[in-house]
Design a protein around this ligand. Structure first.
Ligand SMILES: Cc1cc2nc3c(=O)[nH]c(=O)nc-3n(C[C@H](O)[C@H](O)[C@H](O)COP(=O)(O)OP(=O)(O)OC[C@H]3O[C@@H](n4cnc5c(N)ncnc54)[C@H](O)[C@@H]3O)c2cc1C
Length: 463
């Protein structure tokens, strides 16, 4: 059942002490009410939420490798209320009131995931310390100010996002060159792999069947065809949920629904107390700064820094391949960014490097869809903000599948169908040209030169 996308596990920090389950592949014939393709957060939460609404449903999850193989077992562990689309973009697609409802639902989701973790005793290093985004030049400061202004315009006050002075920011996290920051309490740091493990246990407790090492090769109305190492499997179901995020283009019928863009991470060894004395970071806030090239970090429960960033090119034909899980160029950039922001980490050993694909839709808008005629459903396109969004996506989808008419089914992403990506080579040319913009604009901003026209160009194509 070989496919390069699923050929080897990444060398992720989160894999080393979690993701302990190993599931058998599916038998040749399976019948169920709901078949979920993909055992990441989206698939697992969908099964959990469906069981809450209708415990009589027979639910089967089919996974190409094992639960948590994808982004859910590799991410930065930010369980944040961020959405990939701006409030303005949501308001434009629906209304101002719905944009506010969507953001509020994300705030509630972060809280509810924390409550779920407590209720089910999931040990996953959950630390509800909020998130800090720092500024190290005047363009960053202006961007943070305008970000706060846009939240104020939608009625969200200091209780959700607030500006900090340099000294207030440094009291939380002492990053080099900080001129100011924003702080939002609506975020928790989490061990992503242990969260997967906890969700898997909950699924099993609810009698959800999980098949591993079973790669879906075709999805059609009420029928999934999958390949195991020794036979083809057919799964017949009333509803089929595609929860494959960055791997979606590996399925024949879904080649242009999302593109895979890789994000990469490093982890240090556990750092000694003198390093932590110089950095602070006592509340384990998640950390980023306002540069255009995304970076993100957390202090782990075992006192490492796990630091991530983007910057890899898009691969022709939306190729996903385990060999892309490591990129020396991006890993080296992430390491030097960490050293420049936290000079006291200079001598720390980097013990892990890994990466994985995110799923991006053509209009940068996440979606939850259900076709009542065919029974086919999808969720995803979180563009790298999927840890909490997958919970809300799954809740939205579970209510759509059970036709409850609950308010969550009227959120702006419910039944939002993104356009398909362009065919190649246009897709490759366009995406790789746009991927240059963040780096170029960061270089200009670091020299106090304006990058507003470049960013307008990026916004035009991504929102
Ligand atoms: C390096 C990195 C850092 C990130 N950091 C953050 C962060 O800090 N905060 C945040 O909010 N988001 C982050 N993200 C994004 C977040 O991890 C994802 O949005 C989220 O995990 C998506 O969950 P999912 O279940 O939809 O997809 P995935 O976790 O990717 O799961 C999809 C599953 O489907 C399986 N699959 C795919 N194709 C098939 C097939 N044909 N047959 C059967 N199974 C199949 C895969 O093996 C996989 O297990 C990050 C992502 C990466 C890669």
């Amino acid at each position: 059942m070989s496919n390069a996308a699923f050929s080897s596990w990444p060398t992720s920090l989160w894999k080393s002490d979690s993701l302990t389950h190993s599931f058998e592949h599916a038998p040749p014939k399976v019948n169920c009410d709901v078949c979920i393709v993909g055992a990441g957060y989206s698939g697992l939460w969908t099964a959990i939420q469906l069981h809450v609404i209708d415990p009589s449903k027979k639910i089967v999850i089919v996974e190409a490798v094992q639960p948590g193989f994808g982004a859910s077992g590799r991410n930065g562990g930010w369980c944040s209320a961020f959405l990939p689309m701006s409030l303005d973009a949501i308001a434009k697609a629906s209304s101002r009131a719905e944009a506010i409802a969507m953001q509020q639902a994300m705030y509630d989701s972060v809280r509810d995931i924390g409550l779920f973790i407590t209720r089910h005793n999931i040990e996953c290093g959950w630390a509800a310390g909020g998130t800090l985004q720092s500024a190290t030049n005047s363009a960053h400061l202006a961007r943070l100010q305008s970000h706060v202004d846009s939240y104020r315009a939608y009625g969200f006050g200091d209780e959700h996002i607030t500006l900090l002075s340099a000294s207030q920011a440094n009291q939380r996290i002492n990053a080099q060159g900080t001129l100011g920051a924003t702080y939002s309490p609506d975020c928790a740091a989490v061990h992503p792999g242990q969260l997967v493990d906890g969700l898997v246990r909950q699924c099993l407790a609810n009698d959800v069947t999980i098949y591993g090492d079973t790669r879906v090769i075709d999805i059609s109305p009420h029928c999934v065809t999958a390949q195991t190492k020794d036979h083809l499997t057919q799964i017949h179901a009333t509803h089929i949920v595609r929860a494959t995020e960055g791997y979606t283009p590996t399925i024949k019928t879904s080649r242009r629904e999302t593109v895979p863009i890789y994000s990469y991470m490093i982890a240090t060894e556990p750092l000694p107390s003198d390093v932590w004395n110089s950095i602070g970071w006592a509340s384990r806030e998640t950390f980023s700064d306002a540069r255009n090239m995304v970076i993100y970090a957390q202090r782990t429960a075992d006192n490492r820094i796990a630091f991530g960033g983007r910057g890899a090119p898009y691969r022709f034909g939306s190729t996903v391949d385990s060999k892309f899980d490591i990129s020396s160029a991006v890993h080296n950039k992430i390491t030097s960014t960490m050293h420049s922001l936290f000079p006291s980490t200079q001598d720390a050993l980097i013990t892990h490097r890994w990466g994985g694909p995110l799923g991006i839709t053509r209009d940068w808008f996440s979606g939850v869809t259900l076709n009542h005629n065919t029974g086919l459903a999808t969720l995803g396109g979180y563009v790298g903000d999927g840890v909490a969004a997958s919970y809300l996506g799954a809740k939205t989808l579970a209510h759509l599948l059970c036709d409850t008419q609950e308010p969550v089914t009227r959120l702006p992403w419910a039944q939002h169908v993104s356009p398909s990506w362009e065919p190649e080579p246009l897709r490759w040319l366009g995406i790789n040209a746009l991927l240059k913009v963040p780096e170029l604009s960061d270089l200009r901003e670091a020299r106090n030169r304006s990058s507003s026209w470049l960013l307008r160009l990026l916004k035009h194509f991504t929102r």
